[in-house]
Design a protein around this ligand. Structure first.
Ligand SMILES: Cc1cc2nc3c(=O)[nH]c(=O)nc-3n(C[C@H](O)[C@H](O)[C@H](O)COP(=O)(O)OP(=O)(O)OC[C@H]3O[C@@H](n4cnc5c(N)ncnc54)[C@H](O)[C@@H]3O)c2cc1C
Length: 483
């Protein structure tokens, strides 16, 4: 028997679910959100974005301090001096995690308050679809049957290791368990050089861990502009990181002993054996669709348990939408939020709330140390499509702010159409990259040209001036200025 009727039911309280629910509530609808976890906020708040970024901040600040490996002033002319010192003092894991705990607790509370303030009802329990409009919620209190006109699935994704490698949360970790490390490891092998693998590899390396980054592919961060990746890997090597490409883990042995007693042995396909304190597996994620009852209502799953949707985020069943990590790439909190809002607008026919599809280009923030951010096309992509373009570069070390903060490695790269001078892509590596990208994003999405950067006055000294420098670099090239 249906116990409660709503206009909209949302499954999952991560960024995707929250924004779908809030958009529905703002439109005056009766909305409920169902969350299977003890606390609200999704994987984003409890195991993904926020814990990793709060931890990064703590490690980065430690690394910049007098005992950290980034804490020594180095000559702007001698990169060699930035090398990892021989003796490294490792930070205390418990201290580093204080910020993470504070941020996670705070955010879960903020989410709860926001949902309540908007009149959204919260159900704690596991959701399962019974029909196109009905959901069963199972919790310690028993079962409840809810019904609504529309259902939004925002159940996220989880890390899944390859079958032959076992995550035990003691010596072998995934991204959900890595911050459960009792001490900062002396050595760490990271399997997978995608975003999550590179982020954690660089965070631990900056903290003083001897990191080995391993990937079966021949490239690190395959979707990123190669020049930016070259800067990143050069920096990684200065942190003392070893990068092994074209190799994969065959087995992991010696995991019974506690961390700090004896090393675990990682056997690689190349024949090499690594002895390390701990292993992080970051090799792919699966949609959280098990037990959701999707097949029963007629929704077939795609690869890796992901839910296929159309451009409006509707599944094959018109009353059921899916957003966020459960539908696959780009698998970012930032896009999950917008997908949730847009899916709700589409379901409710809220045309005035904007178009119901994501903008053609979305920014990516990669919080390695140093940070990377990008929007639009890469140089390789433009070359492949035989586009006529110019590259403008600005190095942080040429900017007063770059000198002040000691970032000598930073680079901002503009890819510009040679004839129209419109921006085709922006790629940044260095401090505040993920913030800076939004200047380029605004100019790109408003159809502006490099003249915007030249004609406007920028605060001094800022990293944003990199846009002006890169724009001048474009305009000063003979093929553009006609010199
Ligand atoms: C280590 C790491 C770092 C990351 N860093 C970034 C970053 O810096 N920037 C960025 O934009 N993105 C980042 N991401 C990605 C980001 O966390 C995800 O894209 C985002 O969390 C996806 O949001 P979502 O709403 O789809 O799902 P989630 O945030 O995963 O939330 C899904 C929720 O659904 C609940 N749920 C699942 N099944 C059920 C069920 N049957 N019934 C009830 N509830 C259910 C879960 O308990 C969970 O709370 C990172 C991810 C990881 C793993």
């Amino acid at each position: 028997v249906i116990s409660r009727l709503f206009d909209l039911l949302v499954i999952g309280s991560g960024p995707g679910g929250q924004k779908a629910a809030l958009q529905g509530a703002k439109a005056g609808k009766k909305v409920a959100i169902i969350e299977g976890n003890d606390a609200l906020g999704g994987g984003c708040t409890h195991s993904g974005t926020l814990p990793s970024k709060a931890f990064r901040e703590s490690v980065y600040r430690y690394a910049l301090g007098s005992k950290g490996i980034l804490g020594r002033e180095t000559s702007p002319h001698s990169r060699a001096k930035a090398r990892r010192p021989k003796k490294v003092e490792l930070p205390e894991m418990a201290k580093l995690l204080e910020r993470k705990c504070r941020v996670v607790e705070g955010e879960a509370e903020i989410v709860r308050e926001k949902l309540k303030r908007n009149g959204i009802e919260i159900f704690e329990g596991r959701a399962k679809l019974l029909s196109n409009t009905e959901v069963e919620v199972t919790s310690a209190r028993g079962r409840e049957l809810l019904a609504a006109d529309f259902i939004f699935i925002a159940t996220g994704a989880r890390p899944v290791p390859p079958e032959h490698l076992k995550v035990d949360g003691r010596r072998v970790f995934d991204s959900d368990s890595i911050l459960g490390l009792p001490t900062f490891p002396k050595s760490l092998a990271v399997l997978g050089a995608g975003i999550i693998g590179c982020e954690y590899a660089s965070i631990f390396a900056a903290g003083g861990t001897q990191v080995t980054l391993i990937d079966r592919r021949q490239e690190v961060l395959t979707a990123v502009d190669r020049e930016i990746v070259a800067h990143l890997t050069e920096w990684f090597q200065h942190l003392g990181m070893e990068i092994l490409l074209g190799a994969e883990a065959v087995s992991i042995e010696g995991t019974e002993a506690p961390l700090g007693e004896a090393p675990v042995r990682l056997q690689l396909s190349s024949g090499r054996t690594l002895e390390v304190d701990a292993v992080l597996i970051a090799q792919g994620r699966y949609g959280n669709t098990e037990g959701l009852g999707l097949e029963a209502v007629g929704i077939s799953l795609g690869e890796r348990g992901l839910i296929p949707v159309d451009e409006t985020f509707r599944t094959s069943i018109p009353t059921i939408y899916a957003v966020g990590d459960v539908i696959g790439p780009p698998s970012l909190a930032a896009t999950a939020m917008e997908q949730g809002r847009l899916a709700c607008c589409h379901a409710l026919g809220l045309r005035d709330a904007g178009a119901c599809a994501l903008p053609p280009v979305v920014p990516y923030g990669i919080y390695t140390i140093p940070e990377i951010s990008m929007i639009g096309r890469t140089e390789e992509d433009l070359v492949l499509s035989k586009a006529d373009f110019v590259v403008g570069r600005a190095l942080y070390r040429e900017l007063a702010r770059g000198q002040i903060i000691g970032d000598r490695w930073g680079l901002l790269k503009l890819l510009v159409d040679r004839k129209t001078l419109k921006i085709l892509g922006v790629h940044i590596i260095g401090d505040s990259a993920a913030n800076l990208i939004h200047i380029g994003q605004a100019v790109m999405s408003l159809g502006g040209t490099v003249h915007y950067f030249v004609d406007q006055v920028f605060n001094y000294p800022t990293l944003a001036e990199a846009y002006k420098t890169a724009a001048f670099h474009v305009l000063n090239q003979p093929s553009v200025s006609g010199k």
